[in-house]
Design a protein around this ligand. Structure first.
Ligand code: FAD
Ligand code: EPU
Length: 340
């Protein structure tokens, strides 16, 4: 049954994107019940307008005003669904804050998400780019997602195979899945928990000892992130601005001959993942600015809003960085945030 909804007009978006970019939307709806989506798509006045589904706004770059309807997903709720022999099945609604959800699982004695502590944004956006950090990606603990398909007006459940997860990628970023709205996500978290300390920087964090608890691993991840990454409440940013580029083994070997210190990680298929932050740093961009947009002095992969930056300022800086990295290393850096 469609539920009543009330749309606001000419809505400011500056506080709804972590870059802090000033822009407005023609119309805005805070979605607190999934039945409101049925109402929107059944209503002739709203059904045909372009839509922007927004969670915490921590992985978008607003390049101008949005001439359409923003659907701000605020669905709430979380529960431990089932306790199987191997897993706890834990579900959270799309509008739940990601980090608060991770902390909630830990408070319930359920480990498995701690390596993804302190990532900004919502539960519903986590599968969109298959969020990852410190040796874990969502795909490793994902069970299923309930999605609303505006084309059919129907709701369905998608498993991991249907989501086609890749590095910072999923079906939800591609043509065939971009229209789907995630309503909730279920995770399968291990009953036989083992710390995941594959990421060298995490393993080296003092205070973890030989047998850390999930909360101790979470605290270590939080400490590293606080040291390295800017807090969006203080300085506008969207985390890593570029994906780490994946090149062939042959291209990596050729680069290593010219740049012996090149940071690279072998992938199971023989390709090599390079560190975009290292490439940008080596090009001398760390700490530099172009207009009101800048490169974070402690992490060259993070572009920041030094105050009053527009989407165009950030795009200009990103293009200048891409051009330098391409000229020096022959590698094209692909942006990670979604450009609106
Ligand atoms: P938004 O920015 O609101 O949306 C992102 C995309 O998802 C948009 O295309 C939007 O339309 C779509 N979307 C949002 N919600 C839904 C939904 N319910 N259904 C369908 N589509 C939806 N990412 C990592 O992977 N690893 C990190 O370590 C990491 N660190 C970060 C650190 C900082 C300081 C910041 C600012 C960002 C970081 N990010 C990281 C990026 C970001 O936090 C994640 O991509 C996060 O999942 C985005 O969530 P969000 O709710 O803010 O999404
Ligand atoms: N490096 C430099 N200079 C810099 C930044 C990095 O030389 O200014 C080098 C580092 O010394 C290291 C390598 O680059 O050797 C990788 O750096 P880091 O460990 O900081 O990780 P990253 O590749 O920059 C990725 C993710 C982050 C995630 C961390 C931890 C991407 C695009 N980014 O960053 O995700 O938190 O690893 O797992 O994959 C995000 O997606 O928004 C994000 C923050």
């Amino acid at each position: 049954m469609p539920a009543p909804f009330s749309v606001l007009h000419q809505f400011p978006l500056q506080s709804l994107n972590t870059f802090g970019i000033a822009a407005s939307a023609r119309a805005y709806l805070r979605v607190t019940e999934k039945e409101q989506l049925l109402g929107v798509y059944a209503d002739g006045a709203w059904a045909t307008l372009p839509k922007l589904v927004l969670g915490g706004g921590s992985n978008v770059l607003l390049t101008g005003d949005f001439d359409g309807l923003v659907l701000h997903i605020a669905l709430q709720g979380r529960e431990v669904l089932e306790d199987t022999q191997q897993h706890y099945l834990v579900r959270a609604a799309a509008g739940e804050n990601w980090h608060a959800f991770v902390q909630w699982t830990l408070a319930h004695g359920v480990g498995g998400l701690e390596n993804l502590s302190l990532i900004p944004g919502t539960v519903g956006a986590a599968p969109i780019q298959n969020i990852g950090a410190y040796g874990l990606e969502i795909k490793d603990v994902f069970h299923s997602a309930t999605v609303f398909d505006p084309c059919s007006g129907e709701t369905r459940v998608m498993d991991a195979a249907a989501c086609r997860f890749g590095y910072r990628d999923s079906v939800f970023k591609r043509e065939e899945g971009r229209h789907l709205i995630i309503l909730d996500v279920t995770f399968a978290l291990p009953k036989q928990w083992q710390p995941n300390l594959r990421y060298a920087e995490l393993a080296a964090e003092p205070g973890l000892g030989n047998a850390p608890t999930p909360q101790q691993v979470a605290d270590a991840v939080i400490a590293i992130r606080r040291r390295k990454l800017p807090d969006p409440a203080v300085i506008g940013n969207a985390g890593s601005f570029f994906k780490n580029p994946v090149v062939s083994g042959a291209q990596c070997a050729a680069l290593l001959e010219r740049f012996p210190n090149l940071v690279h990680h072998a992938q199971p298929d023989g390709s090599e993942k390079l560190a975009a932050g290292w490439l940008i740093d080596q090009c001398g961009w760390k700490g530099r600015s172009l207009g009101a947009a800048g490169v974070y002095p402690k992490q060259a992969l993070v572009l920041v809003n030094n105050g009053g930056a527009s989407g165009a300022d950030v795009v200009a800086l990103a293009k200048a960085i891409q051009a330098d990295v391409q000229a020096r290393y022959g590698v094209l850096l692909e942006p990670e945030p979604v450009f609106i």
